[in-house]
Design a protein around this ligand. Structure first.
Ligand SMILES: Cc1ncc(COP(=O)(O)O)c(C=O)c1O
Ligand SMILES: N[C@@H](CCCC[NH3+])C(=O)O
Length: 427
């Protein structure tokens, strides 16, 4: 019933996650609620480790920054791709060692460069300007920064335009035509040690061909760097593997991705006589399907369309609003009910775009029913906000047959957090 998601079942009319009834979870922890299957998260991490046994897998923390989940991924041997000082702090707290971290970013602050150097992590330079700034900072600190270079390979990832990152019009990376020149420049700079190349062509990519195309371009560039006497210790091919959000979608597995890019990498390395470490940076394909998002029905309004008003909106799950993204909907307390009516599920936020799911055929819905949105683990909570005065919800981990709170829900005090009212306005 749930495709390859064997952590989800319909049992006695209720949706269960790893054998735990989600209707009970909603009672115990309240709604809205993010619920993650530990078993599924570990299985996803292992699928990558098995498909790429000789590579380093760096989890993209932007997909999900929950400490308990990062700790599980650290236990599974994963490193991390971080995109800010904040994400770097999180992975260090989760126990991911500095040598398994790459600090990415297209516009890093000086303090972030310093923090990365202090933490001893490798840095991906996104531009010549940043490289020069980094060299200065490193010299001042008496350090040498190990630097990879983010390449813009000008490859179309065939995904939603807002999440394609490897086209020449994208803000990310150094145009591939300029790369060798920048690398050579770095070779002559004090304070930096160039160690390899990095790319990331986009997210939710459902075909291995763009990855293969980007890998070929990266190996071609590695060849040109070797020709000018440069060293290549790492080749990071980024993340981006998509997942089947809709029941009709097919997505490549990590092992299919490996069949596509490994031959290009290995053949290139042989030809060039180099032996860099391969790195991948998956986010979505590790965490998305491990997590469901639960939200309670407040109202059913029969109007031009049948609206189901729930207690969570795009403040807590922004993907449908931002990218017209599809998340499969299950009525969790009627999980094996027959589809009887067509509904549009909307949140409580004061914007017409606050639609979580459009035109879905579902069992008959009434106030109090529990809606589960599937595949919510990536870019779900991590993109949540308190817009419209809505504090963020709790997160729960299901593992070993029990459920544990892994993030407390916020109360309204979060809305006051950091606010200062000048005394003159308090009269
Ligand atoms: C540099 C970098 N690496 C890795 C990722 C992870 O991507 P995904 O979650 O699609 O695997 C991203 C996000 O797109 C990214 O910007
Ligand atoms: N936030 C996007 C993915 C962006 C990836 C970050 N470069 C999503 O939810 O699909």
């Amino acid at each position: 019933m749930f495709g390859t998601k064997d952590h989800l079942r319909a049992e006695g009319g209720h949706l269960t996650i790893d054998g735990v009834d989600v209707v009970d979870l909603a009672e115990e922890f309240g709604t809205p609620l993010y619920v993650t299957s530990e078993a599924r998260l570990r299985a996803n991490a292992r699928a990558y480790r098995e498909a790429f046994p000789e590579a380093l897998i760096y989890f993209a923390v932007k997909a999900n920054g929950n400490l308990a989940l990062l700790r599980i991924l650290a236990e599974e041997g994963l490193g991390a791709d971080v995109f800010s000082a904040g994400e770097l702090s999180l992975v260090r707290m989760a126990g991911i060692p500095g040598e398994k971290v790459l600090f990415n970013g297209n516009s890093k602050r000086t303090e972030e460069l310093k923090m990365a150097l202090e933490a001893g992590v490798r840095i991906s330079a996104d531009s010549l300007d940043e490289l020069l700034a980094l060299a200065e900072v490193a010299k001042e600190m008496g350090e040498e920064a190990e630097v990879a270079f983010r390449v813009n390979p000008d490859v179309s990832a065939k995904t939603h335009p807002k999440i394609a990152t490897g086209l020449k019009t994208s803000k990310f990376g150094i145009p591939w035509q300029d790369l060798v020149e920048v690398y050579e420049r770095a070779m002559g700079l004090e304070g930096v040690k160039p160690v390899g190349l990095h790319c990331h062509i986009g997210s939710q990519i459902l075909d291995t061909a763009p990855f293969v195309e980007a890998a070929a371009r990266m190996m071609e560039l590695a060849g040109r760097i070797v020709e000018v006497g440069g060293k290549i210790e790492m080749m990071d091919f980024g993340g981006g593997l998509g997942i089947p959000y809709t029941p009709e979608t097919a997505a490549p597995t990590p092992s299919q991705l490996a069949s596509g890019i490994k031959p290009v990498f290995e053949e290139g390395c042989r030809r060039l006589g180099i032996s860099p470490r391969m790195i991948l940076e998956p986010g979505r394909s590790i965490v998305a399907d491990s997590t469901i998002f639960l939200t309670r029905v407040n109202v059913v309004k029969r109007a031009h369309v049948n609206f189901v008003g729930v207690d969570a909106g795009f403040n807590l799950l922004a993907r449908p609003m931002l990218y017209d993204a599809y998340h499969h909907v299950v009525v969790a307390n009627k999980a094996d009910g027959r589809a009887e009516e067509r509904y549009t599920v909307v949140g409580p936020i004061c914007e017409s775009g606050d639609v979580l799911a459009k035109d879905r055929n579902l069992p008959r819905i009434e106030r109090g029913d529990l809606i589960a949105m599937l595949d919510a683990g990536a870019y779900g909570f991590s993109m949540a906000s308190v817009y419209n005065g809505q504090p963020r919800c709790p997160e729960v981990l299901v593992g070993g047959g029990r459920a544990e709170l892994i993030r407390r829900g916020e109360d309204q005090s979060v809305l006051l957090s950091g606010q200062v009212v000048p005394a003159r306005l308090l009269k």
